[in-house]
Write a protein that binds this ligand. Structure first.
Ligand code: NAD
Length: 477
């Protein structure tokens, strides 16, 4: 947790914004307009549970409406507060601009420990919270579209969508009021894994550039790189799983609420997660690795890539100096405080910033929203046509080979792969990969192209703020 006296999460985001804004040519009025959070709605509502009325506090912040709808997840955690929700809403504005999803920034939160309530109770609470937001257009397909965040997932999004449709029975686009729904309730393939998948694509793109690796003192590819992950929830689990199973990374430690697991040979991420699922989310007792009770201290272990994927403020003035990772990818929002960021930069650590690193979620949410508005699954019209064209080509090659006696034979498995048209999941992954590569290149151009830009975070802010400013200017502001 951040050290007392450090700026709050929202102040930290604003200070990072200021570092970038200083290097831009913005009028002071416009700079201020972009930085401030437009509005925060606080709601307190009661739900009759276990024989008495329980009162809950929730928030929905709208940071910027330069584009609508505004977009941002809903978090369920006891630590939720207005400052945090506003910081997260601001990050959503910059993130959406950076990855070119046509949304303003928003975020929501409910002060609740979801583990204290059973499924039916959580449904009642979620529907009531959604009702409060829907009646004020703070959930609406054209105005404000939430998604999952810490403590929420497909299940909660399906309840919210259903609640909206009960209250707006004739809205043909009702399903687009929220993203991250399960596929059978208007969701899209690949949304659950999207943020972790985006972290993997971000790292792959980073490792395509030897000069960038060199800045972190790294070389080679992802294969064999030692990774430490904090938080084996939606984002951390998928990132760790894909990096270890598909890119050859060794996940040498996993940090959770109840401590950490260490194995220098590399943990089996799927196995650890299955253990957690069977043991109430706890790592303790896992038989195939060493357990350390003080999880946070494991952030300081030597590794090649550190992936904080739990929550904000975990790398702070109190531990930054002891962090040894040369590369940190911020899978969580705001895991490094403003002060810690400065210490790490001075040590030569390269930080791939949150607004880029975890943008996979909002990117695939964008695809889901488009799917809901177009009322058709991606790939439905073209998949078989694509397959037919590929088949024509393969058959012609085979005919030429036999007619001309050339004796060509296609490599094993080639025909099967080549003939496969793209289904929704393949298209989603392709769109996500393209987005992550394009956004990295936009940051990179500024990082390498402008001498006064020291790091990827400032580069990311410059790209984002520039785009938001351009939208405001085109509106005559
Ligand atoms: P989640 O609730 O699925 O997982 C969070 C995990 O972190 C849980 O396993 C939890 O036990 C663990 N955790 C919590 N506090 C911890 C601590 N102090 N130390 C170690 N572990 C701790 O949440 P998530 O959706 O994976 O979100 C994680 C982060 O990623 C958040 O910062 C969130 O804002 C960000 N994010 C999520 C998405 C998304 O699509 N879900 C998108 C963008 C950003």
């Amino acid at each position: 947790m951040r050290v007392s006296g450090e700026p709050s999460f929202r102040e930290s985001v604003d200070l990072m914004f200021n570092r970038a804004a200083k290097l831009m040519d913005l009028s002071p009025g416009l700079e201020q307009k972009i930085r401030v959070c437009n509005s925060t709605y606080t709601v307190r509502f009661g739900v009759r549970l276990r024989g008495k009325i329980e009162t809950f506090t929730g928030y929905r912040s709208v940071h910027s409406e330069h584009m609508e709808p505004v977009k941002g997840g809903i978090r369920y955690a006891l630590s939720v507060n207005q400052d945090e929700v506003e910081a997260l809403a601001a990050l959503m504005t910059y993130k959406c601009a950076l990855v070119e999803t046509p949304f303003g920034g928003s975020k929501g939160g409910l002060c609740i420990d979801p583990r204290q309530w059973d499924e039916h109770e959580l449904e009642q609470i979620t529907r009531r919270f959604a009702y409060e937001l829907i009646k004020r257009d703070l959930i609406h397909p054209a105005q404000n579209v939430p998604a999952p965040d810490m403590g929420t997932g497909e299940r909660e999004m399906a309840w919210i969508a259903d609640q909206y449709m009960r209250m707006n029975t004739t809205d043909i686009n009702g399903r687009a009021c929220v993203t991250g729904k399960p596929p059978h309730a208007g969701g899209i393939q690949g949304r659950v894994e999207a943020t972790g998948r985006g972290v993997q694509y971000a790292l792959r793109e980073f490792f395509r550039h030897p000069e960038d690796m060199e800045k972190a003192g790294l070389s080679g590819g992802l294969d064999g790189k030692r990774v430490i992950v904090q938080g084996l929830g939606n984002v951390g689990y998928h990132a760790a799983k894909f990096l270890s199973e598909e890119d050859g990374c060794k996940v040498i430690a996993v940090i959770e609420r109840d401590g950490a697991l260490l194995d220098p040979k590399g943990l089996n991420v799927e196995d650890v997660r299955q253990w957690m699922n069977r043991h109430g989310g706890l790592l303790a007792g896992y038989p195939n690795a060493k357990h350390v009770a003080d999880g946070a201290s494991v952030l300081e272990e030597p590794c090649d890539i550190l992936i904080p994927a739990a929550m904000e403020g975990v790398i702070h003035l109190g531990n930054a100096v002891r962090i040894k990772a040369p590369l940190i990818i911020e899978a969580a929002n705001g895991p490094i405080t403003f002060g810690a960021d400065e210490i790490l930069r001075r040590k030569g650590c390269v930080i791939i910033p949150d607004m880029y690193a975890n943008a996979g979620g909002v990117t695939v949410s964008y695809f889901e929203w488009v799917k809901n508005l177009s009322h058709i699954r991606f790939g439905r019209m073209q998949r078989r046509a694509e397959e037919a064209r590929s088949r024509l080509l393969v058959e012609e090659l085979e005919r030429l080979s036999s007619d001309q006696g050339l004796g060509w034979s296609l490599a094993e498995g080639f025909k099967e792969k080549f003939l496969q048209g793209s289904d929704e999941l393949a298209l989603v992954r392709s769109g996500l990969d393209d987005t992550m590569r394009t956004a990295y290149q936009a940051m990179r151009e500024i990082w390498h192209g402008r001498q006064e830009v020291e790091d990827l975070r400032v580069a990311a802010y410059i790209v984002s703020i520039g785009r938001v400013a351009a939208t405001y200017r085109s509106k005559g502001l």
